[in-house]
Write a protein that binds this ligand. Sequence first.
Ligand SMILES: Cc1cc2nc3c(=O)[nH]c(=O)nc-3n(C[C@H](O)[C@H](O)[C@H](O)COP(=O)(O)OP(=O)(O)OC[C@H]3O[C@@H](n4cnc5c(N)ncnc54)[C@H](O)[C@@H]3O)c2cc1C
Length: 463
Amino acid sequence: MRSEKFDVLVVGAGSAGVAAAVASARNGARTLLIDSGPTIGGELLSGMTIDGAINARGERIIGGVIDDIVNECRALGGYARELNDWRLIRYIACDPEYMKMAVARVVYGSGAEVRLNTFADDVARNGDRIEGVIVRDKQGRSLITADVYIDCSGDADLCALAGSEMLPADKDTKPQPVSMMFRMAGVDTRPLLEFVREHPEYFAVGESDAIRGGRTDKEIAEEIWKQGEPCVFLKGDADFLGSAITRGEMFPTALIMIQPTSAARREVCVNATRITLDDPLVSRAYGKAFGVLIDQVQQCSTYLARRLPGFENAALSGVAPRIGVRETRRVLGDEILDGDDVFAGRKREDGVAKGCHHIDIHQEGTGQIRIPVADGGSYDIPFSTLIPKGLSNTLVAGRCFSADRRAQGSARVMGGCLAMGQAVGTAAAMASDTNAPADVRAVGVKHLRSRLKEQGAILEGTH
Ligand SMILES: Cc1cc2nc3c(=O)[nH]c(=O)nc-3n(C[C@H](O)[C@H](O)[C@H](O)COP(=O)(O)OP(=O)(O)OC[C@H]3O[C@@H](n4cnc5c(N)ncnc54)[C@H](O)[C@@H]3O)c2cc1C
């Protein structure tokens, strides 16, 4: 079997893996980033906004690799604006076509090596160490060894293959639905925002005190108008969309989330489709879901063009490259991030990343739990939640890190994933930079925090 050695192997090139590989390579480690798919960037390329980077008070809580990617996207002409959703959060809206180039430039510029269509297929484990990962590509199977391994597969594949314990799934409810994002171009913002002004009751507005700031729904609609961006959320339980669901013109959904992606194309991204699976890891169910979601894309884009002011001349301009998955496995780490700490905005001395997104758990049909972080602030993500229990040379980041279901429902957004990725990539490079066998727990958290801060991470000084 072919065999190669790196300092750090990152499995999965979504937002967490991209940041991990960049941070690892910039900190001097010979880094390999692999993905089973044909591209890098994950949901950063779907057109959705980057949430969890700016808290509801307007403070930036994530810095470093995210800035390089967003600045590159902006410099290329790719929209990249910080906006208030006037509902719960503030976010960064980007053009996904330019984002494809921005992510590639930052990753390749870091010196990390990239392999695509490369699936982590098996793991050789000895005691508390992963000794190698067997990958499968078009040429067959080969062995990759590294000092440190990072699981950014979203589904915790690497840790599962290594036999790590996973956190139990919620027995009473199914995992969050899977969805297919799509985009529509030729949207006329003015009539859309006039409609919001006339009918704020149809839209989700001011769902947290930090965003509402004592305003009435009417006053918030005025703010949305003043912002002048097609950034609105049609509510599934309000009359306009609700009656379309009742008469079967639309499938049941909590919200139709509309967010700008390009001023030049007058384009928005639409997040509305959904299907709940017992387990998104079962490929037969996942495969069937694709057909259902594509039908929903057609149904929702037709509904918007027919019914929503501003969409009369809009046309479908893009469908996400893959089904979006919100929730699968979660690894048991040295510690489990707790939903109460997220809700309370708890700060910690061992925090190596931050989150600020509301606890956001999509459910079947029109259901969705949305609980804002207290006072529009942020919470810290401790290093111990990024260390899989029982492994000494492995780290985890992204939506499969060690968190209870509520905490995952917040930290899973791309801001949090990018920040966790930067933290583990930096820690992995530091752990590999010794003569002794790499031990991620031997990287002092103080030392790691100061390295992260030197490199732009925001770890303190915010609400
Ligand atoms: C429909 C939807 C809407 C969302 N809306 C927003 C939003 O508006 N804003 C926001 O910030 N966040 C949003 N999120 C959440 C966010 O996009 C994701 O949680 C986040 O991108 C997850 O990043 P990740 O890097 O942890 O995992 P992923 O993006 O899932 O990346 C994992 C990567 O690992 C690869 N991989 C998996 N297994 C293997 C293997 N065995 N070998 C090799 N490679 C492997 C996969 O191909 C994939 O590229 C949304 C999510 C969904 C699904």
